[in-house]
Design a protein. Structure first.
Length: 119
């Protein structure tokens, strides 16, 4: 298990940008693939984007072209979010996991950070 901590959640106006970060005090082992999930009020948790150790990215169709996942160093995962819309309002969770047969499976979760875009 990896102890993950997210930061960067905020209230931002439509059309604005936000950058989420995820770190671990003990470091994030390089063997882990990583990803971001979100859960909006009254909805199921969904995968936003995941990044393999080899650099492969999978992302939800709704965020393609607007959100970018990156791993800046051994201890920081980021999610750059541009052109924000009210429908992205949710709690965003950082995860460490692994890809199995092309599908990302989270193994450890952070506590979440709130992103709010008012309508």
């Amino acid at each position: 298990q990896v102890q993950l901590v997210e930061s960067g959640g905020d209230l931002v106006q439509p059309g604005g940008s936000l950058r989420l970060s995820c770190t671990s005090s003990g470091g994030i082992p390089s063997i882990y693939d990583m990803g971001w999930y979100r859960q909006a009020p009254g909805k199921e948790r969904e995968l936003v984007a995941a990044l393999s150790t080899g650099g492969t990215v999978v992302s939800a169709d709704s965020v393609k072209g607007r959100f970018t996942i990156s791993r800046n160093n051994a201890n920081t995962l980021s999610l750059q979010m541009n052109s924000l819309k009210p429908e992205v309002t949710a709690v965003y969770y950082c995860t460490a996991g692994a890809f199995y047969a092309g599908n990302y499976e989270p193994l450890s979760w952070g506590q979440g950070t709130q992103v709010t875009v008012p309508s």
